[in-house]
Design a protein around this ligand. Structure first.
Ligand code: PLP
Length: 428
């Protein structure tokens, strides 16, 4: 079995990004997440389903409670104290998002419900306004359904055509095929920064984005799986659009971010319509719209979730400064070695650069049964197609078992996973 070479290729957050794993104080960090101390049946919880959703530190939970207890009111519309306080906190969170992504201005950061809504927003507005019959949208075989289906829908409405970059057997994108498929017809390349199913990190900065721009195509980056692990720098990447979800970066559910270059956002028609996104509404003269980001934020937003997202992003950056990324590398290296040594276990996705995700199959046991038996040992993993049915088809499997790690996981939890799998394997 080829071993995955584990790398975190994007810009390090600080010069401390290579702090040895031992220096990262996991016990201290785990104390920030009370849920990690709970038991599942007779066993301590080992939460290895972080690619689906990450747990929330106390700072995030407290922010939500403090906001609702002490300063909730609707934003942008009131002259009273509570509305002012909520508005200031909400807009401060947008600034925290902009700092997290290194956006040029907070106006480039549209607050959405999550990755899915961000992609639907771009496909539904930019796509509907710009795509014509014969245009091409380039996707990859690694995409989550959220970065496939909205494009299929807009392609059906506009007559545009979808082309798909295939994957190599190790789960890496076929960049030779990518270059071959790119053409003057390509209007949009919509690509995951990392695969949620395998962990493969795609070469955006080096190859994918510059090559797309050279042919005149725009690039939408689905950063749902990299935002929790890498410093996603929209300006270094030169991404045109980039989306991620709050709940995967230790923030609440129901909040996410669409980054877009400002001229692109301001040229796009609105998404949903209603309060807060208009300049003037008039039955005789029609309605005019505000610029980004408000143009895309109709109605009362997720105020508490946005404020808590800002707190989550600052918390995450503090963990990186403390050496979290090196610790995650160690987790992935250890998991790849321990699981790779189990007879009858096949790791899917051994591309050179990965986020801390290990997808695998255990010979003779259905992934669903493996997941159920791991749960009986207190170990939470995900099984199935991971919302990536085209990828499963390309790999010739129906689904996999996926263990996905966050900085609060421990090497001992990896050992527990490996021991449980060895026991399951002996039973079958
Ligand atoms: N894209 C990727 C790569 C994902 O991993 C996910 C969630 O698993 C999504 C999109 C959808 O994210 P959400 O359900 O938060 O909108």
């Amino acid at each position: 079995m080829e071993k995955a070479r584990v790398m975190f290729p994007s810009t390090p957050v600080t010069n401390n990004a290579n702090v040895p794993a031992a220096r990262f104080d996991v016990a201290r960090v785990r104390a920030d997440f009370p849920i990690l101390a709970r038991r599942v049946g007779k066993h301590p919880l080992a939460y290895l389903d972080n690619a689906a959703s990450a747990q929330k530190p106390d700072a995030v939970v407290e922010t939500l409670a403090r906001y609702y207890r002490g300063s909730h009111a609707n934003i942008h519309r009131g002259v009273h104290c509570l509305s002012e306080e909520a508005t200031v906190a909400f807009e401060k969170a947008r600034e925290q998002v902009a700092a997290f992504l290194n956006a040029s201005t907070p106006a480039e950061c549209v607050l959405t419900r999550g990755t899915t809504e961000g992609i639907n927003l771009v496909a539904g507005t930019w796509g509907a306004a710009n795509l014509r019959p014969g245009d091409e949208i380039l996707l990859t075989a690694l995409e989550h359904h959220a970065n496939i289906v909205p494009w299929q829908q807009v392609a059906a409405r506009t007559g545009a055509r979808i082309r798909v970059v295939p994957v190599a057997p190790d789960g890496a994108l076929r960049l030779d095929e990518y270059r071959r498929l790119l053409s003057a017809r390509t209007r949009m390349v919509a690509v995951a920064h990392a695969s949620n199913a395998l962990g493969t990190v795609n070469a955006l900065r080096e190859t994918i984005i510059p090559a797309a721009h050279a042919t005149g195509a725009l690039v939408l980056v689905d950063a749902a799986q990299t935002a929790p692990h890498l410093h996603v720098d929209v300006r270094a990447l030169d991404a045109d659009f980039l989306v991620f979800s709050g709940h995967k970066v230790f923030g609440p559910t129901g909040i996410g971010v669409l980054y877009g270059k400002l001229p692109l956002l301001n040229a796009m028609p609105p998404y949903q319509c209603g309060g807060d996104m208009i300049r003037a509404v008039d039955f005789e003269n029609g309605t005019t719209f505000r610029d980004a980001p408000e143009r895309f934020e109709a109605g009362t937003p997720n105020i508490a979730g946005t404020i808590a997202l800002g707190v989550a992003l600052d918390y995450l950056r503090a963990q990186w400064t403390a050496g979290a990324q090196a610790h995650e590398e160690a987790l992935l290296r250890h998991a790849t070695a321990r699981l790779g040594a189990i007879a009858g276990l096949r790791i899917l996705g051994t591309a050179p650069e990965k986020v801390p995700v290990v997808s695998f199959l255990l010979e003779g046991v259905h992934p669903h049964d493996v997941g159920t038996m791991l749960d009986a040992d207190g170990i939470a993993v995900r099984t199935g197609h991971h919302c990536a049915m085209p990828l499963m088809k390309a790999l010739g499997v129906g689904g996999t078992i996926r263990a996905s790690f966050a900085f609060y996981n421990t090497l001992e939890e990896v050992d527990r996973l490996a021991s449980s799998l060895e026991r399951i394997q002996r039973m079958f």
